[in-house]
Ligand binder design. Structure first.
Ligand SMILES: Cc1cc2nc3c(=O)[nH]c(=O)nc-3n(C[C@H](O)[C@H](O)[C@H](O)COP(=O)(O)OP(=O)(O)OC[C@H]3O[C@@H](n4cnc5c(N)ncnc54)[C@H](O)[C@@H]3O)c2cc1C
Length: 443
């Protein structure tokens, strides 16, 4: 930090000590820049919440020796996939285990964001960044030409100056709007409200109920079917060492339109005959909710302007189908930092120089995936059957297939097809499947 004419000056300011922010601060501090990492929470992670599992490829990119630094991981994800719930209590599991999921360190680990983000920000501090908690950035400061040169905060004499500001403010993209990078609030139809409970259970109970041998095995399941009242939404179940995270995400417009009470929807889900036995007798440890920007590519703001860059949820960098947001945030934070370092090297923080950030994102999975899935985010809005009707059909079909009714099999197949056509036309289902394939492939 330097003091120019009574001004507090840094080489770079990062707004938000979440995943993207601490990654950006770490990379810049390691390159020798004076970095202010400003966080509105009491401490890093204090305001953050997710499902969830965090991906190690992204952590390793920023901090290759992360495992030696004892990250606060819960269980590794050694089994992952879809569970489908039927109304009559059946559960079909379409999961994968072993193979790549059995490698060490694992591809992903369950974690608590309160603990992980505090540890992640500590790594940025150890690299030399100055973490300034309990401070909300209110706006950006511009010079006469419109170039961003700092931020105003809610502290007395709290203006802070730097030639580059990296905005990692998460889903509430107020600064991104003030920067003029996006000119509207995200629509409720493009935002998921995710709510969950963390339920404490003895480790042995979790192992026995989920078929895990020890705490080195863990399950991450996306849950479809009788979960979200037939509205666009998806449940999840994650096993921690001595707790289970169970929750679901629903699109905010549906929550508003149908006046849903999230805790009632969650209670209903927790009472489902396939879910209730998994959490029976557990003690409620946490109850929380958080928004997820799921609008995809079409909701992404412009990613830079003179003196500022935006990364992570603030830029809608989320791939909802794959539950990928943590890795996009961390890698985007790193790429924004590398762009800022290059701008320092050139002594040029103009929009033209910072445009490199977008080029870097294009070379990586972030912009490539966001672009490929550009139609998928909106596909589920118009095809909620994929989250309810079709998973229920698969359940019922399998139930019938593996039950003996003492009837000729011809009747069995008639029953199975009958249960589909009573919900939707068979051809419509085939058409929907093709449309989904197109939406995922980006055709
Ligand atoms: C229920 C749920 C489950 C999820 N599960 C997964 C999963 O399993 N895997 C996965 O990869 N992703 C998952 N995600 C998505 C993932 O959590 C996000 O994509 C990721 O946290 C984005 O990181 P970020 O750094 O961009 O934003 P955040 O983590 O939200 O960090 C933003 C930070 O900025 C701070 N801040 C905001 N405004 C200001 C301001 N004006 N001044 C100062 N500080 C400010 C906030 O306090 C916060 O610390 C899930 C999300 C939810 C809600």
């Amino acid at each position: 930090m330097s003091n120019n004419d009574g001004k507090i000056c840094f080489d770079a300011i990062v707004v938000g000590a979440g995943l993207a922010g601490s990654a950006a601060a770490m990379v810049m501090a390691r390159a020798g820049l004076n970095v202010a990492l400003i966080e509105r929470g009491q401490k890093a992670g204090g305001k953050n919440y997710f499902g969830g599992a965090i991906y190690t490829h992204a952590i390793a990119e920023v901090l290759p020796d992360y495992m030696d630094r004892r990250p606060p991981f819960e269980r590794p994800v050694t089994e992952a996939g879809f569970w489908m719930l039927s109304k009559d209590g059946a559960l079909t599991r379409l999961t994968v285990q072993g193979g790549k999921l059995a490698t060490q360190p694992a591809d992903a680990y369950m974690t608590s964001r309160a603990l992980f983000d505090a540890w992640w920000a500590e790594q940025a501090q150890q690299a030399g960044a100055l973490l300034i908690p309990k401070t909300t950035v209110l706006n950006v400061i511009r010079d006469g030409s419109g170039q961003v040169i700092g931020v105003t905060t809610d502290r007395a004499q709290g203006d802070v100056y730097a030639p580059v500001v990296i905005v990692c403010e998460g889903v509430n993209n107020l600064l991104t709007q003030k920067l003029g990078l996006i000119d509207h609030d995200l629509e409720p139809a493009h935002i998921a409200l995710a709510f969950k409970q963390v339920i404490a259970l003895p480790m042995e109970t979790i192992n026995a109920r989920f078929g895990l041998s020890d705490e080195q095995q863990g399950i991450a399941a996306s849950v479809l079917g009788d979960v979200s009242l037939g509205l666009p939404g998806m449940g999840f179940v994650y096993t921690n060492k001595t707790s289970v995270s169970v929750g679901l995400g629903m699109m905010l417009d549906a929550v508003i339109e149908y006046r849903l009470k999230p805790y009632e929807v969650l209670q209903r889900y927790l009472r489902h005959p396939a879910i209730a036995p998994l959490v029976k007798g557990g003690q409620l440890l946490e109850y929380g909710a958080h928004l997820i920007p799921e609008g995809g590519y079409r909701d992404m703001p412009k990613l830079y302007t003179g003196g500022a860059l935006v990364a992570g949820d603030a830029a809608s960098m989320v791939n909802a189908l794959h539950w990928e947001g943590t890795n996009m945030a961390i890698v985007a934070g790193k790429l924004a930092a590398e762009t800022a370092i290059e701008a320092h090297r050139r002594g040029d923080f103009s929009s033209a120089t910072l445009a490199q950030y977008e080029e870097r994102l294009k070379e990586r999975f972030i912009l490539q995936d966001m672009k490929q899935y550009r139609n998928f985010a909106h596909f589920l809005e118009t095809h909620p059957s994929f989250m309810d009707t079709y998973p229920s059909f698969i359940n019922e079909a399998l139930e019938q297939f593996f039950s003996a009714y003492g009837q000729p099999k011809k009747q069995l197949f008639k029953n199975i097809m009958g249960s589909l056509t009573s919900r939707r036309q068979f051809l419509k289902a085939v058409g929907d499947l093709l449309s989904m394939g197109k939406a995922v492939m980006g055709w």
